[in-house]
Ligand binder design. Structure first.
Ligand SMILES: [Zn+2]
Length: 143
């Protein structure tokens, strides 16, 4: 059975059309999240963010990554070695670059394109979730 995804306001966001997304996202967010774009490296606002908190999907607000798993990969994009919990992101093969197959990372809540998954990350997982800064909304932990 297919279930209906809803955000915190009860709005159904999983079946937004491109036009509806265009209204709620900036052009840069729309390009990355809905058109599988990639922001230029070392430009994202959250790349160097080291504050404690959670990184949420900019489209639907679902928590995706914790500052606990964020590290400096030197790649120019925010990098994490694991999602905040199981099932919040989906991965699938990205064939758009021909023979060079990459694994795409998407938000499980709204199918937003987030970035790519590589297997050159640090312990304990050895994985690197390489995520576009514009696809994320940072929510600092209350001290
Ligand atoms: Zn989402």
């Amino acid at each position: 059975m297919a279930t209906t995804e809803s955000n915190e306001n009860g709005d159904n966001v999983s079946n937004h059309s491109d036009d509806e997304w265009r209204e709620v996202l900036t052009p840069e967010q729309f390009h990355v999240c809905r058109q599988q774009g990639t922001e230029p490296p070392f430009t994202g606002l959250l790349y160097e963010c080291q504050d404690k908190g959670e990184y949420h999907c900019v489209c639907c607000g679902q928590p995706l990554f914790s500052s606990e798993a964020k590290y400096d990969s030197g790649s120019g994009w925010p990098s994490y070695w694991q999602p905040i919990s199981d099932g919040v992101v989906q991965t699938n093969y990205d064939m758009t670059h021909g023979i060079r197959v990459r694994i795409e990372v998407k938000c499980a809540g709204c199918q937003a394109h987030l970035g790519h998954l590589f297997s050159d990350g640090p312990e304990p997982t050895g994985m690197r979730y390489c995520i576009n800064s514009v696809a994320l909304a940072f929510v600092p932990t209350d001290q």
